[in-house]
Design a protein around this ligand. Structure first.
Ligand code: NZQ
Ligand code: ZN
Length: 392
């Protein structure tokens, strides 16, 4: 196991009706003038936004609001949010929504405190200061409620980039599984795929002797394999929703990834799909991640056998371990298909002829990326090609 620091300062507030405590937590973390940031309308339609506003009013907290965050959040709304915060002298940002809303809120929080163009902070300039952010989460997926990351798309050129800083970690995140019951099945499945991908990005490592994090990863994966079909069958299954919601946090606040080298190639390769086609991040991952696995499994066949046997219930073929590894990947793809995810370019709406553009956008260039297997641009192109022809 490698040396590590683990820093996860967010207060997690979990359970039914906890969103009614939002005002209390905003106060606790010093918010007096709040920007409520939300998405395209689900929080309005469900009445959630009204409940959050009522709880702020009950605590005598001033608030103004900015809705309209789109999935794959855009820089354009971030600029609007930064101006609004400056005009209203905002000192706290409350994100009510999913990863897109939270990431947009984090971008605004950092952008308000930065004198230049906030996009610099997504191109290498370190974040030195940010307004505090709080979260009321409505979808178990990106894990932004527990991560220090934010991913934004620059509309000009469709450039999707992430940044990270502990300053972006939410002060508090309210996780009420009931709020996720209004999700369409497709969004539930996209979120589930992202959660599993966050684990796999960490699970496939070259670091030896990481039993504890291997087992934690497997616990999250097994939970997803069990619970996702239950919520697809019954969207109101509270217990299954609760397990998935907490799994989404555990998958990405890095508790399952400490002390080990991580990969993250699948995320980079996927982000170009959601940038170019505006597909859901989870749907893009469903197409990319099994293809990435097929491309790299020979690098450490026994690690893939471990996944196959412990997570997907395959029996170990000691005479032909590669067969076991491939069976595990096949079962992962079948699982994704069974919950309604696309598994190839055509099902996602992606085009084979765009592969050179997608490869270029990954920024791999003449170098190599990834922690598990270092991929060249040609390798990335091969993975996109595998994703074109992927089938069950
Ligand atoms: O906008 P509304 O109307 O709210 O609809 C949203 C949106 O259309 C809907 N939705 C959310 N909660 C709902 C609901 N509909 C009904 N009932 C509810 N309770 O779901 C749709 C998707 O929402 P979005 O926020 O885009 O989903 P997600 O949480 O998957 O976030 C995706 C974004 O996060 C980034 C992705 O790249 C993508 O841009 N990521 C952020 C990460 C991070 N900050 O750590 C890590 C991830 O790997 C990821 O890259
Ligand atoms: Zn992700």
């Amino acid at each position: 196991m490698d040396n590590f620091n683990f820093y996860s300062p967010t207060e997690f507030v979990f359970g039914k009706d906890r969103e009614c405590e939002a005002g209390e937590y905003v106060r606790k973390y010093g918010g007096k003038r709040v920007l409520i940031h939300y998405g395209g309308g689900s929080a309005v339609r469900s009445g959630l936004l009204d409940r959050v506003k009522a709880s702020l009013t009950a605590e005598d907290v001033f608030f103004t609001e900015l809705g309209g965050v789109q999935p794959n959040p855009r820089d354009t709304l971030v600029y609007t949010g930064i101006e609004l915060c400056k005009k209203e002298n905002i000192d706290f940002i409350l994100a009510v929504g999913g990863g897109s809303v939270i990431d947009s809120a984090k971008a605004i929080a950092a952008g308000v405190c930065y004198e230049g163009d906030f996009w610099d902070l997504y191109c290498g300039t370190p974040i030195k200061k940010a307004l505090p952010v709080g979260v009321v989460l409505t979808i178990a997926a990106a894990g932004s409620e527990g991560s220090g990351n934010s991913v934004i798309t620059k509309v000009d050129g469709l450039i999707k980039k992430g940044t990270g800083s502990d300053l972006l970690r939410a002060r508090f995140s309210i996780l009420d599984p009931v709020l996720t019951q209004t999700l369409p099945a497709y969004q539930t499945a996209c979120g589930a795929t992202d959660i599993m991908a966050h684990v796999f990005e960490r699970y496939f490592t070259n670091t030896k002797e990481v039993e504890i994090t291997d087992r934690l990863c497997e616990a999250v994966l097994l939970t997803m394999v069990k619970e996702v079909p239950r919520v697809i069958a019954d969207p109101n299954n509270y217990d299954a929703r609760a397990n998935i919601m907490w799994a989404g946090m555990v998958a990405h606040n890095n508790i399952v990834g400490v002390g080990r080298e991580q990969d993250w190639n699948s995320h980079n390769i996927e982000h170009q799909l959601s940038a170019v086609y505006d597909c859901a991040h989870g749907a893009g991952l469903a197409v990319i991640m099994p293809s990435w696995m097929e491309f790299v499994y020979k690098h450490d066949v026994m690690r893939f056998c471990q996944m196959a046997t412990r997570v997907f219930g395959c029996s170990m073929n000691f005479e032909n371990p590669e067969a076991t590894a491939l069976e595990g990947i096949k079962r992962f793809r079948s699982f994704l298909h069974s919950i309604g995810m696309p598994i190839n370019f055509a099902e996602l709406g992606a085009k084979e002829e765009d592969i050179p553009l997608l490869v270029e956008k990954t920024g791999v260039g003449s170098g190599r990326t990834g922690g598990f297997v270092h991929l060249s641009s040609d390798d990335v192109a091969e993975i996109y090609k595998l994703a074109v022809k992927a089938k069950l």
